[in-house]
Design a protein around this ligand. Structure first.
Ligand SMILES: Nc1ncnc2c1ncn2[C@@H]1O[C@H](COP(=O)(O)OP(=O)(O)OP(=O)(O)O)[C@@H](O)[C@H]1O
Ligand SMILES: [Mg+2]
Length: 237
């Protein structure tokens, strides 16, 4: 995946500014940064739902958002959209059908997210974490080459979080490329690559080990803060 000189305005705000990065295949890249720094905006550019002012986004060697990429890229939005009046299995089957997959694909996606025992439950009756997992199953059902997840573990309990990260690692080992945004720095340790963002800019493209080395911090939380401080330009006046 390649992003070149991307600039995005949302309303009056410049949400992304001169953003360039190359992301490799079959890996987990973590996208980290404070609330409002532009993570969701960047993800929307990658999945092709964001109008960009200038720059270029190339995904799996194709222009982001092109028709061919629709079944090659899975997307878990920050605000999961599932139909409350449908059962879990129907939500996932619906998505599967849209991508030309059958009921078996839906069953296996549901199994991956650990909801097989709840498959006939109506989505309106699910907990927050269960809803996220249904949405994740919808993103997984087309067996995408690239899986883009916007804060998939928010609101999940620690056991489930670990579970999901193990699944992400499994998918990466199987050849899927994952881009995962998060606020939670302990999750950064589970990523091969890290993109650190601040105020619409890329502050660092690094790895957990490199980030620790560069900042001299053992905790990634401290390392990130130190990196952010280093990149804060003092205001004139
Ligand atoms: N629909 C919108 N219209 C106008 N501005 C928006 C819109 N959505 C986001 N923005 C602005 O764009 C900037 C980047 O927002 P974005 O949602 O990409 O941040 P984020 O890093 O995903 O934050 P969070 O961690 O809270 O999800 C913010 O300044 C935000 O206020
Ligand atoms: Mg966001």
């Amino acid at each position: 995946m390649s992003i070149e000189n991307l600039q995005v305005k949302r309303g009056k705000i410049t949400a992304l500014q001169d953003f360039s990065v190359q992301i490799g295949r079959s890996s987990i890249t973590g996208l980290l940064g404070p609330s409002g720094c532009g993570k969701t905006t960047l993800i929307r550019c990658i999945v092709g739902t964001q109008i960009v002012t200038s720059g270029r986004v190339t995904v799996l060697r194709r222009p982001a958002g092109c028709a061919e990429l629709r079944h090659r890229v899975g997307y878990l939005p920050q605000d999961p959209t599932i139909y409350n009046d449908l059962r879990i299995i129907d939500n996932v089957r619906y998505l599967a059908a849209l991508y030309g997959f059958d009921g078996k694909a839906a069953d296996s996606a549901i199994e991956r997210v650990g909801l097989t025992n709840h498959r006939t439950a109506f989505c309106g009756n699910l907990s927050g974490g269960q809803r996220t997992r249904v949405s994740l199953a919808c993103a997984l059902v087309c067996e995408p080459e690239l899986l883009v997840l916007d804060e998939p573990t928010v609101g999940l309990d620690p056991v489930l979080r670990v579970d999901l990260w193990e699944q992400f690692a499994d998918l990466a080992r199987g050849g899927t490329t994952l881009l995962v945004s998060s606020h939670v720095m302990d999750e950064a340790d589970r990523c091969g690559d890290l993109l650190l963002m601040r105020e619409g800019r890329l502050v660092a493209h690094t790895t957990p080990t490199q980030l620790r080395e560069d900042t001299g911090c053992t905790s990634l939380e401290d390392a990130f803060l130190s990196m952010i401080m280093r990149n804060t330009v003092p205001q004139a006046g």
